[in-house]
Design a protein around this ligand. Structure first.
Ligand code: ADP
Length: 399
């Protein structure tokens, strides 16, 4: 059965829908699933409920059809989600613009506002909204809460949030640095403080969220003072398929010299670049294997990735002045020991010492990987955006 007080967490992409049902108190995951290729001739569904796996290939024309199928899969296991005591639905929403700075109960006005700011994230917000509408059509009585990826960074210092662009143009088109992955940076920085037995308000941290998408943040006393993603999630670190920082002049060059359209360049920068563009691969496991085998392209991709990462670590050390902890999270940060070691290699003079044995340990739990005499604690803290969204949703509903 679904536990009374559980939360359904939904992350809707343009053609996908990820969901989890979890108990925000015990942290137990009760159900977990992924629907992909929504709107294509054949969609795929992976659904897991209390140890029971279901796979389906079926045509699902839209997100509402996808949610309806998921509810049917629960029914097949004897669970009526609509009547199961869910306390909330938590929706991940990518862009909150300058409108949403905290998790927000979804009303008609909130939906309209998410829609109004959609030009800031034309690929993400409309998809998130589709998920919100689909779920509320089928679960109209469960309160729904939007949790924004940008919210944690909404108070970035003005100098960190401002591009050196004509101020009129920037104001007119809301061009500024918003930051993303905020749910993860906030969750991980709190967990790291708990792990160290410190109050998050008393410590300075550099959080490195290294997944397929990747971002770093400098967090002073629990509040971010800088982050690598900007107006869009394209800026900053080298990512699986995204360029990260790139000279904007390259856009003009590719348009003028190569005759590429804005759509072509968007696809090139977001989907065909980063590690994949450099070596044809964006799975870090195979990149590390290829590096070990002496593959030149993979080795070069790895060097470029590390160079960018180290540049930001250095920048954030200066911005923070004093660093108490450096925290690795997400798929690469949690699993790729060589990336952790190489990104902090040679920084002993800055009080950063990695313990090779501790770094080699594999574990799903938060852990220390620095030596006992390292002035800066280096940690691995698994992120859990679903849990963070579930807790945020309950916080709003019970307020
Ligand atoms: P996202 O949520 O951004 O899609 P994840 O946080 O799941 O991404 O991270 C995906 C990345 O983590 C991939 O590059 C994958 O290769 C990498 N990864 C996962 N497991 C390992 C591992 N054991 N060793 C190295 N890299 C790993």
């Amino acid at each position: 059965m679904i536990v009374e007080g559980s939360v359904l967490v939904v992350n809707a992409g343009s053609s996908s829908l990820k969901y989890q049902v979890l108990d925000p108190v015990t942290e137990e995951v009760i159900a977990d699933g992924l629907v992909e290729r929504i709107g294509e001739p054949m969609s795929s569904v992976k659904h897991w409920y209390r140890g029971h796996d279901v796979r389906r290939e079926v045509a699902l024309p839209d997100h509402e059809a996808a949610i309806a199928l998921v509810l049917d899969l629960f029914k097949a296991d004897g669970v009526d989600i609509a009547d199961s005591g869910l306390s909330a639905v938590g929706h991940r929403v990518v862009h909150g613009g300058r409108s949403f700075f905290a998790p927000t109960l979804i009303t008609d006005e909130v939906r309209s506002e998410i829609e109004r700011i959609s030009p800031l994230a034309p690929l993400h917000n409309p998809a998130n909204l589709t998920g919100i509408n689909a779920v509320s059509a089928l679960l109209p009585d469960v309160p729904a809460v939007a949790v924004f990826d940008t919210a944690f960074f909404s108070d970035l210092p003005d100098e960190a949030a401002t591009y050196a662009l004509d101020a009129e143009v920037a104001r007119e088109y809301a061009v500024r640095r918003y930051g993303f992955h905020g749910t993860s940076h906030e969750y991980v920085s709190r967990c790291a403080a708990d792990f160290l037995g410190r109050d998050v308000a008393d410590i300075n941290q550099i959080v490195l969220h290294l997944g397929n998408g990747a971002s770093a943040s400098a967090v002073r006393g629990g509040a971010p003072i800088d982050t690598t993603m900007g107006m869009t999630p394209l800026e900053g670190l080298v990512m699986g398929t995204r360029t990260g920082d790139i000279d904007a002049g390259i856009v003009f060059q590719l348009s003028r010299v190569a005759g590429m359209s804005i759509e072509d360049i968007d696809t090139l920068f977001n989907k065909k670049s980063g590690l994949k563009g450099l070596c044809g691969d964006n799975d870090f496991r195979s990149i590390l294997e290829r590096v070990a085998e002496g593959d030149d392209a993979a080795e070069r991709a790895y060097r470029v990735y590390l160079h960018r990462l180290r540049r930001y670590i250095g920048a954030y050390m200066i911005e923070l002045g004093k660093v108490d902890a450096i925290v690795f999270t997400a798929g690469v940060g949690e699993n790729a020991a060589p990336v952790r070691a190489d990104s902090l290699a040679g920084l002993e003079n800055y009080g950063i010492r990695i313990d090779a044995d501790r770094n080699a340990v594999r574990s799903p739990d938060p852990r220390l990987i620095s030596t006992d005499d390292s002035a800066v604690a280096v940690l691995v803290v698994p992120t859990n955006e679903e849990l963070a969204i579930a807790r945020a949703a309950v916080g709003v509903v019970s307020a």
